[in-house]
Design a protein around this ligand. Structure first.
Ligand code: ATP
Length: 229
């Protein structure tokens, strides 16, 4: 098992307010890792530190064997970290086609392959992104991240606010991506769906990873203790 992305004792703050106290996690090559935790526990903040959008106050982030703790954000993306951010940020006035072409970088993921995964986008290439449904915008956000040909894909609440049938389509796409061997870090509220795709999980509580292990080993006790409402 080759570790692709590793966080070791990561700390981070928003100005004077510390949000992360000690985050440890490891994403192996070809694996799906679920990052779990109740609202406001630090999942998105963890993603921001990985993507270098937030400076580290301590600890270490490494990617593909390289210490990236102090790397500027654009370099993190160049190294092969692909983010589908919370709230699916597409360029609203640009067309689907334009949104996709600004992202593209040479590699295995080409426009035809991405449209094979999301045929609906192919039917809407000339349409401004703002006229897409929520689910289609999410597909566009994933397609865009794939076209950067990342070595690891980070999905932050990719199914949030979507109708159940559209959510199922996004999960099917995530499973297809896993089948193609992409390493994925996924944040989502649906434990049920995560159990169908994640190999391992890490649970964050008040800025600390409090549980880390195989998804199959995450029993009802851990769920009730760390994720229960
Ligand atoms: P959610 O599921 O609600 O998105 P989360 O686990 O992703 O939750 P974060 O968004 O990482 O949680 O928030 C962790 C902590 O950092 C919270 O206490 C939150 O209030 C704080 N926080 C998040 N973003 C900012 C910000 N831009 N400025 C100040 N504090 C922030």
């Amino acid at each position: 098992m080759t570790v692709l992305l590793e966080l070791d004792g990561v700390r981070a703050a928003y100005g004077p307010v510390q949000a992360l106290f000690s985050i440890d996690l490891a994403l192996a090559e070809g694996e799906v890792l679920a990052l779990l935790g109740r609202n406001g526990m630090g999942k998105t903040t963890t993603v921001r530190t990985i993507m270098r959008m937030l400076p580290l106050a301590g600890g270490r982030v490494s990617f593909a064997g390289q210490d990236i703790s102090r790397l500027p954000s654009h370099r993190a993306a160049q190294l092969g970290l692909g983010l589908v951010p919370e709230g699916r940020r597409c360029f609203a006035p640009l067309t689907v086609s334009e949104n996709l072409s600004v992202a593209a970088r040479p590699g295995e993921w080409t426009l035809p392959r991405v449209l094979e995964l999301f045929p609906r986008l192919g039917e809407r290439m000339g349409q401004p992104a703002r006229t897409l449904s929520g689910g289609e915008q999410q597909m566009l956000a994933i397609a865009r991240a794939l076209l950067t040909n990342p070595r690891a894909l980070i999905l932050d609440e990719a199914t949030e606010g979507l109708a159940p049938v559209v959510r199922a389509e996004i999960w099917a796409a995530i499973r297809a991506l896993k089948g193609k061997g992409i390493s994925i870090l996924v944040i989502d509220k649906s434990l049920k769906d995560l159990r169908t795709v994640a190999d391992r999980a890490a649970i964050v509580e008040r800025g600390r990873t409090v549980w880390h292990g195989a998804m199959a080993d995450m029993g009802e006790d851990a769920v009730a203790r760390h994720l229960g409402v």
